[in-house]
Design a protein around this ligand. Structure first.
Ligand SMILES: Cc1cc2nc3c(=O)[nH]c(=O)nc-3n(C[C@H](O)[C@H](O)[C@H](O)COP(=O)(O)O)c2cc1C
Length: 354
């Protein structure tokens, strides 16, 4: 069952469109700096998340594993990650905890990318011991714990009991020997839950907002259910969720921004909002399916080149500096944030993280 679900997720993520809810990035504008006082070579796009150094700010977010048929795509993603020095997360390893025979579909990423940054991935219901097994399975430098309540309740066979997650995450944080990153998978994280998660010692929070791959739509398609537009629009747009989270996040906890990151400008806006890194899933897997690794490598080189270009135009010579550049939040995102008591002028003139 779990193996065929993995294949369905890949199939439908490639077949369906992003949305219908947007990511909110169109409400964010950056302010051109005509006197950057920088030369191209001054610009450093390296960053770090949860204390782990990254050569650039785009992470391949959790995609797959757990079925024989997805081993080759994981191999391909890992080869791309290795060639481009890109950090990657693996898909949920729960399948391998249930059935050790599918461990190779995950371990292949470490074999293909022995020195790269790789994150383990599991749901918030696992025991700390299971989380440690997942980390050890792929010698991961960190572990993502995903929150996907909306997806589960759309799944006919999904979980229905979501009690005790916060306490469980706290014990994973205490007992696992690598940093824990909490991530949503497409409905975003509000400020109230970001505070709770920060208080229990997670090292980073991945926004995982709306605007990109929509797991409600994927699960509805899998179950051949008609889901209405209102249901499929559930969640917090990525840019809004990022602004909510950063408004309460202590400086020692990093924010990762994902969910509908599609362009280099989306990445730059995410970092300007205060993100330390960004994540992308479906476009990368689509590229590897539809084109080839050489194409994906040159696409990434161009993508990083564009990030560098925007940084120059904003007068930011590194990612932390980018988080201090002014940005304008308008439209629906502004209305939302103001209604939530978050002063958008702080982003425009006097940056909190300045
Ligand atoms: C085929 C597929 C499988 C996924 N499986 C997982 C998973 O096992 N665990 C997880 O945390 N996220 C999973 N995700 C979610 C992604 O990591 C990411 O949060 C989501 O796709 C939004 O990013 P995007 O809009 O760039 O695709 C999966 C995504 C895809 C496309």
């Amino acid at each position: 069952m779990r193996q065929s679900r993995k294949l369905d997720h890949l199939k439908y993520s490639l077949a369906l469109k992003d949305g219908p809810n947007g990511s909110g990035f169109s409400d964010i504008s950056l302010v051109h700096n005509c006197l950057p006082n920088l030369s191209w070579n001054d610009i450093d796009i390296s960053t770090s998340i949860a204390g782990i150094s990254l050569s650039h700010p785009l992470i391949i977010n959790a995609i797959t594993g757990g079925a024989n048929d997805v081993t080759s795509i994981n191999e391909c993603i890992a080869e791309f990650a290795s060639l481009t020095n890109t950090a990657m997360a693996i898909g949920s390893q729960y399948a391998a905890l249930e059935n050790p025979e599918v461990q190779h579909s995950y371990k292949v990423v470490r074999q293909k990318n022995p020195h790269g940054v790789i994150f383990a991935n599991l749901g918030a219901y696992v025991t700390p011991e299971q989380a440690q097994i997942a980390v050890d399975m792929i010698e991961a430098q960190g572990i993502q714990i995903h929150l996907n309540v909306a997806q589960e309740i759309m799944m006919t066979e999904g979980d229905r009991d979501f009690t005790g997650y916060l306490a469980n995450i706290a014990s994973i944080v205490d007992k696992v020997n690598v940093p824990v990153i909490i991530k949503e998978v497409g409905c975003g994280i509000a400020r109230e839950q970001a505070i709770l998660l920060s208080d229990i010692g997670v090292k980073a929070i991945d926004v995982g907002g709306t605007g990109g791959t929509n797991f409600l739509a994927i699960e509805a398609a899998r179950s051949q259910l008609e889901a209405n537009l209102e249901t499929l629009s559930w969640g917090i747009p990525t840019a809004i969720s990022a602004a909510e989270i950063i408004s309460v996040l202590p400086n020692h906890i990093d924010m990762m921004v994902s969910g509908g990151i599609r362009t280099s400008l989306d990445v730059v806006k995410s970092l300007a909002l205060g993100g330390a890194a960004t994540g992308m899933a479906t476009p990368i897997v689509r590229m590897l399916y539809e084109k080839d690794i050489d194409y994906a490598v040159s696409w990434l080189q161009q993508f990083l080149h564009e990030i560098q270009r925007y940084m120059l135009l904003l007068g930011a010579d590194n990612i932390r500096q980018l988080g201090k550049t002014p940005l304008i939040i308008s439209g629906y995102s502004k209305d939302w944030l103001m209604a939530r008591g978050i002063d958008v002028t702080k982003y425009a003139i006097n940056r909190k993280h300045g």
